[in-house]
Design a binder for this molecule. Structure first.
Ligand SMILES: [Zn+2]
Length: 56
């Protein structure tokens, strides 16, 4: 069994971010079918909770 990597998703409409393996169909914050962008931080020296400041 392979564990899916946790990705930080950001709603392009309201800016809500959350961590999940897959983007949700519906945004938990604005309850619309938003588009989500991957804002996960992949740099090892990232101090944040998995979010890349350059992408947010
Ligand atoms: Zn949203």
């Amino acid at each position: 069994m392979t564990q899916l990597p946790q990705i930080t998703w950001k709603c392009v409409k309201c800016g809500y971010t959350y961590t999940a393996a897959q983007p949700a169909d519906e945004c938990p914050a604005c309850h619309e079918r938003c588009e989500f962008v991957d804002v996960s931080c992949y740099t090892p020296d990232c101090a944040g909770p998995g979010t890349d400041d350059r992408l947010v």
